[in-house]
Design a protein around this ligand. Structure first.
Ligand code: NAP
Length: 274
């Protein structure tokens, strides 16, 4: 796939951050968009903005909480009723910062539900039709945090490790099927992500060194069009990710734990957390 004109893209987490910016890029490229998030107003505002772009395709919105039982099936039924889904982008995700043993158990469940279960369910739903048509792509937004254990973002990082391994496993299962899988691992990006999930004073430091969401989204869309298996947006992040994957996970986890520990003085100089 080299361009998105007249391709139908189902995109979760489209009301803000990286998802919103990807929706803008895809809209400019003439994709037919089905945008998912909870907030009706923000979703409609994004849809109206894209509809007003010259050359934009149709834009539909489905307001839904992906952590609700049955939500993914309902979304799939509605989206599939509009036509074949060419690309699924599992972008919606949340993070939780803090000491695991003290974290709100419900918030942890919600994180797992969104970052792992909804992503897996939507993928399971779209694949049979893609395989039958020998065409399509599943795109999973993981994180650089998923390359090693990440103390004090332990569950988030583990959920993203799942996303990375799930994507790579599927990629091999689908080899020769005409259906592709792209896993994207952004580093720290300036979005509303840090306004949720109990991030403390460190948030400012993360944001100070984070990438611009529009730049990240632009790179992501190019990587999807190029059919990449794994993509890390940003040159510096790509270099850092090489070390993340080469250095012993135990060493990295220990180092990150020192920087991330609640109350630790500073994490300046550390690679971004997400
Ligand atoms: N920002 C970073 O530094 C960073 C780095 C690496 C990876 N990532 C990953 O990139 C992806 C996007 O993150 P972001 O930074 O753009 O986050 P964001 O600005 O917080 O946006 C998250 C999006 O997900 C939607 N969402 C959240 N919970 C949902 C739910 N239960 N059901 C449906 N939609 C839900 C939100 O919309 P509503 O609130 O309207 O539902 C919003 O559109 C995530 O998977 C994240 O883990 C982010």
């Amino acid at each position: 796939m080299t361009n998105f004109a007249n391709k139908t893209v189902l995109l979760t987490g489209a009301s803000g951050g990286i998802g919103l910016e990807m929706a803008r890029v895809l809209g400019r490229e003439g994709a037919r968009l089905v945008l998912i998030a909870r907030s009706v107003d923000r979703l409609e505002a994004v849809a109206n903005e894209i509809r007003s772009m010259p050359g934009a395709g149709a834009v539909e919105t489905i307001s839904a909480d992906l952590t609700r039982a049955g939500a993914c099936d309902e979304i799939y039924r509605k989206a599939a009723g509009l036509g074949n889904i060419d690309v699924l982008i599992n972008n919606a995700g949340v993070g939780e910062y803090g000491v695991f043993a003290e974290q709100d158990a419900g918030a942890v469940e919600q994180l797992l539900q969104l970052n792992i279960n909804a992503l897996t369910r939507l993928t399971r739903l779209v694949l049979p039709s893609m395989i039958a048509r020998r065409s399509g792509r599943v795109v999973n937004i993981a994180s650089m945090a998923g390359f090693q254990p990440f103390p004090y973002m332990t569950v988030y990082a583990a959920s993203k490790a799942y996303v990375i391994d799930f994507s790579f496993g599927l990629y091999e299962e689908l080899r020769g099927s005409g259906v592709g899988v792209t896993c994207i691992c952004p580093g720290t990006t300036r979005t509303g992500f840090f306004d949720r999930g109990g991030f403390d004073h460190r948030r400012g430091e993360f944001l100070g060194m984070g990438a611009n969401a529009a730049d990240v989204a632009h790179e992501c869309v190019r990587a999807i069009a190029a059919g990449k298996r794994l993509f890390v947006p940003g040159f510096n992040n790509r270099m850092a990710s090489v070390f993340q994957r080469l250095l012993p996970a135990r060493f990295l986890a220990r180092m990150l734990g020192k920087f991330m520990k609640p109350g630790a003085r500073s994490m300046k100089g550390a690679q971004g957390p997400t």
